[in-house]
Design a protein around this ligand. Structure first.
Ligand code: ARG
Length: 592
C-alpha cells in the first residue's frame, strides 16, 4: 500500500473526491483539514460547515453524504465521526498508524516525503545582514537564528535555497569612519581587536562632526572621494569590509551558519541608475520636492507618504538598493520566493518596496516572486526593557554566546559530578557538550517563541532542563540513545527487530504514535507561515508524549514482540526530535 507522508493531505484529496462523487458542485469546496485535538481524533475537516452555510444546506446531512462517498482506501485507514455542527473527525486505525511509522523510518525517507511541497522552487533568503565596521550585538541574533531555521525548513521542503548575507557595507557612515581613521587610528588596537577599533574610530568621527560644522563637511568630502572611486579611500573601505567579515564569520561559525553569498549594498552600486531610469520612464516614479518618489494612491498611508527612491541631494538610498536587489534576485537567481528578515521597524519600507516592485515588474513583463518580509520583536532583559549590559551598553553577540557556553558548562559539569565514576565525562567532553547545549539553548529560546512578539532573554529559563527548552529536548534524545546502548543495539540497526513488533496497544503507545505521524503537519505549518515556533512547539509536545510513554510502558521487557514495538517507538521519536531540532539549526548530541 502507498503510504503518503502527509496524512492530512490524503484526507484533503479524498474529501474532494468524495464531494465530486456525491454530485456536489465542488469548485468552491475547501476541506480545511488540520490536526485535531487528540480527544476528538487525529485530524479534523472543518470546511463542510462554511460550504453548507454558503449553499443553504444542512451541514450534518452534508457531512454524512461526504463520509458515505469517501474512497474505500480511506475508509479502511480511518474511523470517521461527525462532531458538533458538522465537523468530520478522522482517527487513524492502529494498523494504518503502524504502516506510517514503518514507512518513514529514516531521515532520507522523511526528507523525500517532505520535499514535494517546494520542489522546483528557488528561494533567496536575506538574513543576518549586519552593517559593517560595527560589531554584532544581541539585536542581530534573531535575524541570524530565525533566518537559518527558515532556510532549513524551505530546503527540507524541497526548495533550492540561496543564503544571501546582504551586508550594510555602503553609505554615509563611511565618510565619518574614514575621517576618524585618518586622525585617531591606534595601530596596535587595530591588530589586536580590529572591529572594536573601527567602532571606536567611527564613534570619534561621529562626535567630531556635528551638524553644520566644517568638520562634517570634511567627512562628507571623504565620502564623496570614496563614492568617486578614489584609490586610497577604496583601499580603506576594503580593509573595513574584510575586518568586519572576519568578525562576523566567527559568530556564524559558532551558530553553524554558512552563507552562499555576501552580496552587500555595495554590490549594487552600479545597478542603481538603470533602476531609477526605468521607474521614471515607466511613469512610476516622479519628482517631488527635488526627490524622486513613488506614490501608491490605493494605499491608506502611502498615497501621501511616498517611497523615496532618490533623495533631494541626488543620492540613492536604502530603497534604491533594495529595488536593485529585488531585480537582481529575480533576473540572476530566478527566485520564485524572496524572504528578508529584519525587525518590525522596517515594515513600511518593505511594504512600499513590494508594492513598487509589483507594479514595476507588471509593467515590464517580469514575474513578481513571492515576497515575505519576516519581522520579529525586540530582545528584552528581565526588566522588560531592551537587553543591555549593567552599564547600559548593548551586549555584544560574541560575549553573549561565550557566556552561554560558560553557563552551560557549569550545569553540565555539576550534573557530571553526580554520576557514577564509570559513567563520567572527561572535562574536555563536558566542554564539547556545553558548546552544543549553550548555543542550542540561545537559538532555541528564540525559535520557540512566536517571532512577532518581543522575547524575554532569561538565562535560567533557556538553560533549564524542564520546559520548552533546548536542554530538555537534547536530554530526551540522549536518554533514548542510552536505552539503545543498554539494549546493545544501534537505532539504525533496528529494521531486523522491528519485524518482530506486535501491534501498538497501550494508550501511551498509541498517543505517542499518533503524535509522531503529525510531524508533517507541524513542518508544513512552520514552513508555509515562515514561523519556526510551530515546529518547536510540536517537538516539545512530542517529547512530553514520549516521556508519558516511557513512564507508563517499560521498554526493555522480556516479551520480544512488545519490546520490539516499544523500541520502534523510541527510534522514531529519536529520529523526529533529531530531524526537527536540526531543521531549527540546533545541533544534537548522543550523550549528555
Ligand atoms: N543592514 C540592514 C540593517 O542592519 C538590514 C538589511 C536587510 N536586508 C535588506 N535587503 N534590506 O538594518
Amino acid at each position: 500500500m502507498h503510504v503518503s507522508f502527509n496524512i492530512a493531505a490524503d484526507i484533503d484529496a479524498a474529501m474532494k473526491t468524495a464531494v465530486a462523487a456525491a454530485g456536489i458542485d465542488a469548485a468552491s469546496f475547501a476541506p480545511e483539514v488540520r490536526t485535531a485535538d487528540p480527544r476528538n481524533g487525529d485530524f479534523q475537516a472543518n470546511g463542510v460547515l462554511a460550504f453548507a452555510k454558503r449553499n443553504k444546506q444542512n451541514p450534518r446531512a452534508l457531512a454524512e453524504q461526504i463520509i458515505a462517498a469517501l474512497p474505500d482506501e480511506i475508509k479502511a485507514r480511518f474511523d470517521t465521526a461527525i462532531a458538533g455542527p458538522g465537523f468530520i473527525n478522522f482517527t487513524l486505525k492502529p494498523a494504518a498508524l503502524f504502516d506510517w511509522l514503518n514507512t518513514y523510518d529514516s531521515i532520507e525517507k522523511l526528507s523525500s516525503g517532505a520535499s514535494s511541497a517546494y520542489a522546483g522552487q528557488t528561494w533567496v533568503v536575506d538574513y543576518s545582514s549586519p552593517n559593517t565596521a560595527k560589531q554584532m550585538h544581541v539585536g542581530h541574533l534573531r535575524s541570524a537564528v530565525i533566518g537559518e531555521a527558515i532556510c532549513r525548513l524551505l530546503e527540507f521542503s524541497g526548495a533550492k535555497v540561496i543564503r544571501d548575507n546582504h551586508l550594510g557595507d555602503w553609505g554615509t557612515q563611511f565618510g565619518k569612519l574614514i575621517y576618524g581613521y585618518k586622525r585617531w587610528l591606534d595601530k596596535d588596537a587595530l591588530a589586536r581587536d580590529p572591529i572594536s577599533e573601527l567602532e571606536r574610530l567611527y564613534k570619534l568621527g561621529n562626535e567630531a562632526t556635528p551638524d553644520g560644522s566644517p568638520e562634517l563637511e570634511e567627512a562628507r568630502q571623504e565620502l564623496v572621494k570614496l563614492q568617486r572611486g578614489d584609490y586610497d579611500s577604496l583601499e580603506l573601505w576594503k580593509l573595513f569590509s574584510e575586518v568586519s567579515k572576519k568578525a562576523f564569520d566567527e559568530i556564524y561559525k559558532q551558530l553553524a551558519i554558512k552563507f552562499d553569498h555576501y552580496l552587500g549594498e555595495s554590490f549594487y552600486n552600479d545597478k542603481l541608475q538603470p533602476v531609477l531610469d526605468e521607474l521614471q520612464k515607466l511613469g512610476l516614479a516622479e519628482e517631488s520636492q527635488g526627490a524622486l518618489v513613488v506614490f501608491h494612491p490605493e494605499h491608506p498611508r502611502f498615497a501621501k507618504q511616498p517611497f523615496i527612491v532618490r533623495k533631494s541631494d541626488g543620492a540613492s538610498n536604502y530603497a534604491t538598493t533594495d529595488l536593485a536587489t529585488m531585480l537582481y534576485r529575480v533576473e540572476h537567481f530566478h527566485a520564485d520566493g524572496i524572504v528578508i528578515l529584519t525587525d518590525f521597524r522596517q515594515s513600511d519600507h518593505f511594504e512600499q518596496l513590494a508594492l513598487t516592485a509589483e507594479k514595476w515588474f507588471a509593467k515590464t513583463g517580469r514575474r513578481m516572486p513571492r515576497f515575505a518580509h519576516v519581522t520579529f520583536g525586540a530582545v528584552l532583559g528581565e526588566n522588560n526593557k531592551p537587553l543591555k549590559t549593567r552599564d547600559g551598553d548593548t551586549i555584544k553577540l560574541k560575549e553573549l554566546l561565550g557566556e552561554a557556553e560558560e553557563r552551560a558548562y557549569t550545569i553540565v559539569s555539576e550534573k557530571n559530578a553526580g554520576r557514577p565514576k564509570a559513567e563520567q565525562f572527561t572535562d574536555e567532553e563536558c566542554r564539547a557538550i556545553a558548546h552544543y547545549v549553550g548555543i542550542g539553548a540561545v537559538q532555541y529560546a528564540d525559535l520557540s517563541q512566536n517571532r512577532s512578539s518581543d522575547y524575554l532573554f532569561s538565562w535560567d529559563k533557556m538553560l533549564s532542563l524542564d520546559g520548552n527548552t533546548a536542554p530538555y529536548l537534547l536530554y530526551a534524545i540522549a536518554r533514548i540513545h542510552s536505552i539503545f546502548r543498554k539494549a546493545g543495539i544501534e537505532p539504525e540497526a533496528l529494521a531486523a527487530i522491528e519485524k518482530e513488533a506486535s501491534p501498538l496497544e497501550t494508550p501511551t503507545e498509541l498517543a505517542l504514535a499518533r503524535k509522531l505521524v503529525k510531524f508533517p503537519d507541524a513542518l508544513r505549518l512552520a514552513t508555509d507561515t515562515l514561523r519556526p515556533h510551530f515546529l518547536a512547539l510540536y517537538l516539545y509536545e512530542l517529547a512530553g508524549d514520549y516521556s508519558a510513554f516511557n513512564n507508563a510502558d517499560k521498554v526493555l521487557v522480556d516479551d520480544t514482540p512488545v519490546r520490539a514495538r516499544r523500541l520502534l517507538l523510541c527510534a522514531r521519536t529519536q529520529l523526529t526530535l533529531n530531524t526537527g531540532l536540526n531543521l531549527l539549526g540546533v545541533r544534537t548530541l548522543k550523550r549528555m
